[in-house]
Design a protein around this ligand. Structure first.
Ligand code: ATP
Ligand code: MG
Length: 455
């Protein structure tokens, strides 16, 4: 049997409602903050990522799904969303519109990683970007948005960790000193770090290896090297966070995986998640748009891993109600329905599926057709409604209605049809009423409408 590729997964119907609810919350909060949605392609020219994410990052070095298409172009399944958003911003001259542009995205990302809990090869991110504002107010707006999302989803006790990695000017001096410090201890770091030591020493700070951590705990801190502008921004950020009641911790080893970050970097953690507890990460990227050939356009943003968020929501204070609910289930009873399918099952047929119904028109068919019209009518009122096309017995259909958590069942039998009536049963309250077919619409509008099931 063919299975889904390693590190990927299906969202089955039993899970998909959670995704729908999560996306609804994400969109609602984004609109509240006046962000607009942007959708970019799932694949881009490889160069977009190698130029912006950085040649010596984990993503570009090891994690990209890169392939050549039939025209010989090198394409890459997007591993992250910020570079594509910046590319689209430039390509469509969004910078000529009102600034800042506030954009968000929701979609799949692809990274060739070792699959484990909370780490997949195809995963989904929500991300938000503010392009065109150098103000620390925008950093705080982005951070507040991430915290707001986590809190609305019932994740109390998130931990906000911040740091500043300066700008290319002040970072250069820091980089030199960091290389000196690390080179003197190169025997004590892991092999990967020894390799990245001179190319991208900041990444050594991010290494999870215990011996590397021991070395970097005494390393010089970027915060002691910030230039005047970066220092002002850093102080502005911290003061605003405090005033907004957003408590934070400073972690000087927080550098993030991508090259294009400047000044602020942050991570939002939710400790109960365990090993992979970062639910969102982001920061400022003042050099990104320029790196793509555009005008200097400061930006700040973050991305949130939705699989991790869903794992967290399950463990949090407001797990999504998985309950599936249907407003109506229509049961049309005819001769065949009562006989439960008629024909005997053949050896290979799925026994739960009755043999194909004889389409010969007759009284039963009238009832069934009338039932089918009723389904359409109920749906046209904005209610969810279903029926059994396999025309099983009344008992089986009642069971089905129950399984679907139907609030009401409408029953149409020969007797009802003769009297031009339909029986409506409330599954929750237990009553059953006979309603004239012609006024069933009225009845539903009065009794049921406005109380439809919503996510
Ligand atoms: P990590 O340190 O966990 O590898 P990262 O720095 O690579 O994270 P970012 O590129 O900042 O992560 O992505 C933002 C968020 O996306 C992460 O905080 C995490 O929630 C999620 N994420 C990243 N990689 C994966 C993955 N392979 N599977 C699932 N979620 C992921
Ligand atoms: Mg990673």
């Amino acid at each position: 049997m063919l299975r889904a590729p390693r590190g990927t997964g299906d969202v089955l119907p039993s899970e998909s409602r959670k995704w729908i609810c999560l996306e609804k919350v994400l969109r609602e909060i984004s609109f509240k903050y006046n962000f607009e949605e942007i959708r970019t392609p799932v694949f881009e020219h490889t160069e977009l990522f190698s130029r912006t994410v950085g040649e010596s990052t984990d993503i570009v070095e090891k994690e990209m799904y890169t392939f050549e298409d039939k025209g010989g172009r090198s394409l890459t399944l997007r591993p992250e969303g910020t570079a594509p958003v910046a590319r689209a911003f430039l390509e469509h001259s969004l910078g000529q519109g009102p600034l800042p542009q506030k954009l968000f995205y929701i979609g799949p990302m692809f990274r060739y990683e070792k699959p484990q809990a909370g780490r997949y090869r195809e995963f989904h991110q929500y991300g938000a970007e503010i392009l065109g504002s150098p103000s620390p107010y925008s950093d705080v707006e982005i951070i507040a948005l991430a915290v707001d999302i986590a809190e609305s989803l019932g994740l109390t006790g998130t931990k906000l960790v911040i740091n500043s990695i300066g700008c290319p000017v002040c970072r250069e001096r820091y980089r030199g000193d960091l290389i000196k410090y690390l080179s003197a201890r190169s025997d004590a770091v892991c092999e990967d770090c020894r390799k990245r030591l001179s190319k991208n020493p900041l990444r050594v700070l991010d290494c999870k290896n215990v011996s590397c951590k021991a070395v970097t705990s005494g390393a010089p801190s970027m915060l002691d090297y910030l230039c005047e502008d970066c220092q002002k921004h850093w102080e502005g950020l911290r003061e605003l966070l405090l005033r907004m009641g957003l408590s934070y911790e400073v972690d000087t080893s927080l550098v993030r995986g991508l090259d294009y970050y400047t000044k602020t970097v942050f991570e939002l953690k939710w400790p109960p998640l365990g090993a992979q507890d970062a639910v969102a990460g982001g920061g400022r990227y003042d050099g990104l748009v320029e790196a793509l050939g555009g005008k200097h356009t400061p930006g700040v943003g973050f991305a949130m891993g939705l699989e991790r968020i869903l794992l967290a929501v399950e463990k949090g204070e407001k797990p999504f109600r998985e309950e599936r609910a249907l407003d109506f289930f229509v049961i049309a009873l005819g001769q065949e329905t009562r006989l439960d399918g008629g024909e005997k099952a053949s050896a290979t047929r799925d026994e739960r599926i009755p043999a194909a119904q004889n389409a010969a028109p007759g009284a039963d068919d009238d009832i069934f057709r009338r039932g089918f019209f009723l389904v359409r009518e109920i749906r046209s009122l904005g209610l969810s409604c279903d029926f059994d096309p396999l025309r099983r017995s009344l008992k089986a259909q009642m069971k089905q209605a129950d399984r679907l958590n139907a609030r009401y069942v409408a029953i149409l039998g020969e007797e009802e049809l003769e009297k031009k009536m339909v029986s409506i049963r409330s599954m929750k309250e237990g009553w059953q009423k006979e309603i004239p077919l012609e006024s069933v619409r009225d009845f539903i509008e009065k009794e049921v409408l406005g109380r439809g099931n919503q996510c």
